[in-house]
Design a protein around this ligand. Structure first.
Ligand code: ADP
Length: 328
């Protein structure tokens, strides 16, 4: 017989993402709605290990749906990667009488959560919160849409100066292992070329494309480069390489960096966070565990954490084709 869930813990872990506050709020309010207690752990797995938590009620989460970041704070915990660290966390949960946990985070958070659930038989449900959208089992992660719009608004501004001075801009966006942000913002911003980790389009292709554009009368260009792009060169090396080979281009580099993580979440991210997090609580109350909630074709779905961890989300290759057609 499964234990009746009377007290649920929630935490945010790994890289922060806009919409995490909306997710916490939805967990807390769903708990209040279903009349179970809710406890917020501070700083991800570190707070679980140290027993740093606070009782949360429906009013504790007022005025946060619109705020970026996470009021529970986030952290990376090396200790949780050890069996002993996870045992300490389990002991703290027992002391705090926590029956189950909602884990809001990314791939690493779910790896830890899955081990924790298996080792200590504490039910966990994962809610995908990361700007990179690099999670298997969901079409969208919380924070991704906001990050796309932040990047787009920055690139639009850079385009103004690029076109005023006939310049070539290399803009680095986040995405060490996944090109979702680069590919989608590249198309949305009308970039000349998009370099992503998933595909090696080759550096010579970039030169050819820039050369072709110049001949066709383009005077300024934007190249979007994902942090982990496959050319093996970072954005500064790429710009140098192009400068050496196409000296007529006045090349500049912009690294957007952490601006992409911040800001007020878009409506899409707030609604997604709300839907996923209510479902996470409902699944726990239904005695489900070791799952992640996601969204596919507008429907809320679940995926075993085991599959989430092993799977690799794939980019839509058609977007590469579209970008090629449109950058003519
Ligand atoms: P994200 O969840 O955004 O991918 P991280 O990869 O930094 O971020 O993971 C967040 C935390 O999850 C780590 O600091 C660590 O405590 C825990 N974690 C990550 N990978 C593992 C693992 N293989 N085993 C146990 N815990 C892990």
């Amino acid at each position: 017989m499964s234990k009746k869930i009377k007290r649920i813990g929630v935490m945010t872990s790994g890289g922060d993402a806009p919409g995490m506050n909306a997710a916490i709020r939805a967990v807390v309010r769903a708990c209040a709605y279903y009349q179970v207690e809710c406890v917020g752990f501070y700083s991800g797995y570190s707070g679980m290990i140290e027993g740093k938590y606070e009782e949360l009620n429906a009013r504790s989460v007022r005025n946060i749906i619109n705020r970026g970041g996470t009021f529970l704070r986030s952290a990376r915990s090396a200790e949780f990667k050890t069996k002993e660290g996870r045992a300490k966390a389990a002991a703290q949960l027992e002391k705090a009488k926590i029956d189950a946990m909602v884990l809001i985070g990314g791939d690493g958070t779910f790896r830890g959560g899955q081990l924790f659930c298996n080792e200590h038989n504490i039910p966990v449900i994962g809610v995908p919160g990361t700007i990179d959208n690099d999670i298997f089992g969901t079409s969208y992660t919380i924070g991704y849409d906001t990050a796309l719009n932040t990047v787009l608004s920055a690139v639009d501004k850079i385009r103004d100066t690029a076109s005023s001075h006939d310049r070539l801009f290399f803009i680095e966006v986040m995405g060490r292992d996944a090109g979702f942000i680069a590919l989608n913002t590249g198309i949305g911003a009308g970039a000349e070329e998009i370099l992503i980790p998933e595909e090696d389009l080759g550096i010579d292709r970039l030169l050819n494309s820039l050369e072709k554009s110049r001949r066709s009368g383009k005077t300024s260009s934007i190249v979007i480069v994902s942090e982990g792009d496959k050319t093996g060169k970072n954005v500064f090396e790429l710009a140098d390489y192009v400068k050496k080979n196409l000296p007529y281009y006045d090349s500049k580099v912009t690294v957007l960096g952490h601006i992409q993580r911040g800001g007020s979440p878009t409506c899409f991210d707030r609604v997604l966070a709300s839907r996923l997090s209510v479902k996470a609580v409902e699944l726990l109350l239904d005695n489900k565990k070791n799952l992640m909630v996601g969204i596919k074709n507008e429907e809320i779905v679940t995926c075993p954490l085991d599959d989430v961890i092993k799977g690799k989300p794939s980019i839509n290759k058609d977007l590469i084709r579209i970008s090629e057609i449109l950058s003519i």
